[in-house]
Design a protein around this ligand. Structure first.
Ligand code: SAH
Length: 218
């Protein structure tokens, strides 16, 4: 069923934005983009009350929609400029992809679970989002659309995926949570040359793990 965005939803969203601001998110472009995306569209209507609290929430296939704070944090770290080409790994609900396209960038997002890919694609269509979603193994990136200005990984990677680094433009950057256990360290990698990069760490977060391609996983 198609959802609507009412005055009430916008009020709840405004409160969420203020909460993010109080937690230190001060990038107005990011806050505005998040104000423009009706997060409740990505939830089953039975869970409407959860859409505007600053929490991660389970979606289908044992996955989660990232916490709004995490979405804001990663988006800000990407330092986006309108018109950039951005590759997202882990479409999940599609919410982060919708926020990225509200930042004026061209979004290519990859998801390995078919049911999530399908649902996200249809919600993004309802929102008239320009984000393009793809079904496949995000570890491999999207070589036919490379190079990208930015790569955003929204699942926990055991290490920085080599193919994703290769698909970055020189001067481009990747934001990726790295770590195999319960939590990951948020890293930002700036590509200086084919084998040359600069890396900074930005705190600890919790993501669902990056898993191999379903087919090749057997
Ligand atoms: N960005 C999402 C959060 C997704 S949670 C949102 O805004 O809702 C992480 C997602 O990464 C899950 O949907 C999971 O299925 C997906 N994922 C895990 N490993 C992957 C891989 N190798 N390729 C693509 N997606 C992957």
């Amino acid at each position: 069923m198609k959802q609507t965005d009412t005055y009430k939803h916008r009020g709840l969203r405004k409160n969420l934005i203020e909460e993010l601001r109080s937690k230190g998110i001060d990038d107005e472009a990011v806050l505005k983009a998040m104000m423009n995306v009706p997060r409740h569209f990505f939830f089953d209507s039975a869970f409407l009350n959860f859409a505007y609290s600053d929490k991660a929430f389970p979606i289908a296939a044992g996955q989660t929609i990232s916490q709004p704070y995490t979405v804001a944090f990663q988006t800000r770290l990407l330092d986006l400029k309108p018109g950039m080409k951005v590759l997202e790994i882990g479409t999940g609900s599609g919410y982060q992809a919708a926020v990225l396209s509200q930042m004026g960038v061209k979004v290519f997002s990859v998801e390995r679970q078919r049911v999530l890919f399908k649902t996200a694609q249809s919600i993004l269509r309802d929102l008239n989002s320009t984000a393009k979603v793809f079904y496949g193994d995000g570890y491999k990136g999207l070589p036919s659309f490379a190079p990208f200005d930015r790569v955003l990984v929204t699942c926990g990677a055991p290490s920085v995926p080599e193919p994703l680094f290769a698909q970055l433009k020189k001067g481009g950057m990747m934001v990726v949570p790295v770590g195999e256990g319960e939590s990951q360290e948020m890293r930002r990698i700036v590509k200086l040359g084919e084998d040359d990069y600069e890396e900074t760490a930005h705190g600890v977060f919790k993501f669902v793990p990056m898993l191999p391609d379903k087919e090749s996983a057997g």
